[in-house]
Ligand binder design. Sequence first.
Ligand code: AHR
Length: 551
Amino acid sequence: MTSRRQFLAGVSACLAGPEIFVRESRAQSADSRIEVLLDEPIATIAPEIYSHFVEQLGGVVYDGIWVGERSKVANVGGVRKQLVEALRKVNPGAIRWPGGCFADSYDWRDGVGPADKRPKRTNFWIDAGEWPAGARREGPACYDPGQFGTIEFARFCRLAGGQPYFAANLRSLPAQDFWRWVEYCNSPEGSTTLAEQRAADGERKPLNVRYWGVGNESWGCGGNFTPEEYSTEFRRFTAWVPDYGVQLRLVGSGPNGDDASWTRRFFEKMAQKGAVGRVWGWALHHYAWNVTGGRISDWFKAKGDALKFPPEEYYEITRQASVMESMIASHWSIMGEFDRAHRVKLVVDEWGAWYAAGSEPFEGALLGQQSTMRDAVLASSTLDVFNRNADKVAMANVAQLVNCLQSLFLAHEDKFCVTPTYHVFALYAGHQGAQSLRTVLSAPEVSYTRNSQPAKVAGISASASVRGKRVILTVTNPSLDQVREAEIAVRGAPLASARATALAAGDVHAHNSFEAPDAVQPREQTVAGGRWPLVHRFPPASVTKLEIELG
Ligand code: AHR
């Protein structure tokens, strides 16, 4: 069990960097085992598991992504250049926009046509309770200027190398507006009035948008529907939508948290109507909020701080993140009752950490928060869950891309930095499109105190994939004070070589900022041994990628 004193002692012992921390931590012999089973492939890891989420919220779009063509900030057609260049490097699968809750208030027509003629509209988030006390309610976070619309978003996706994933408004617009949006995006050159409008807006050729969310959180901000009502709406919205040769992948709005009855009742109704086949993906949302000592009804007030947190809150976030695995299993099993062939896949289109207000990168960045090594541990262990469930999860979108919740980037005016979560996405990028392999883990659990009661989290998280003769094994050691020494073997082929890259910092609170953008960054490590098992030491609160060449 880690006491507060041990934790602080560990922190002060390792301020000089991860290598020193490793040396000064308690000496151990191998206490863990990781076995990768080459002959037990799970499925191809969809590149879309490494997808992102961009909502018209706080400083995500305006300032984060869109600076405008006339800005002194380096840009490509109005889009922040540094951001697209960095995003491109982590190979984004898809990018979801314009929400979130914002989506069910958005009229796509407000964001097309000449930029100077577009209306300014009140943003969904203007009255949100999450605004920090005293924050000024002004600017694009409160009054959306419509400058970043369909075409700007599609161009941003193209620049970044990700596929657009639109979230349609099901709460406050009729179904016809959804079809018209599809028509605007996808109808062939010169074929319709909306295709002509698209051409006038600068895109003659169809945008060929494949991914469409049909509402967002339809049990809440997306309309307060019952699952049966939502099933009716879903069918109305998706009936006879022309696809213009693009096989539309329609995503249904899944449960509030882990609410099994929402999933069961929706699919039951869809099955009665013979319409399950219309759903391509079923959305799950899961945030880790570090509510310790409080009831979930108090989460809003009881969330912890992004930067200042005791061990209990660190482990609690890790534990909450681990719920993802059981959520996937339970909703997958319910869907199987109505879709035996499991044609419908899971789309975890919002996931990440959500802390209390107070660490926003700038005023107006609603839901903006700093991101530490704790968030890197959350990101890596969550991505491991998706990799291990590659047969079930077809897409996952971390919330959100920039200046909001578990961001990969912080950006304001001419200031820019990447977060530790960005580095995790870079370490994991090689898993995309590779074959996920079953990985058997054995490690001592980590004990901590939760609400004065003993609690535990898994001692190690990992996932593995193979492409040709190269295996990528990603390993997270969540312990704050224990080095994990693991014996590693890939069963089914000899070892040729191995190298490692680790993301670790002496202090789990370490983070990057505009002033210190490289405080946390990955470093190469040597891997000892030329045959199985390899023995490797994983520093406390670290994320490691092992690249293994098989003989
Ligand atoms: O990501 C912030 C918000 O969280 C989204 O708008 C909503 O879908 C979810 O509740």
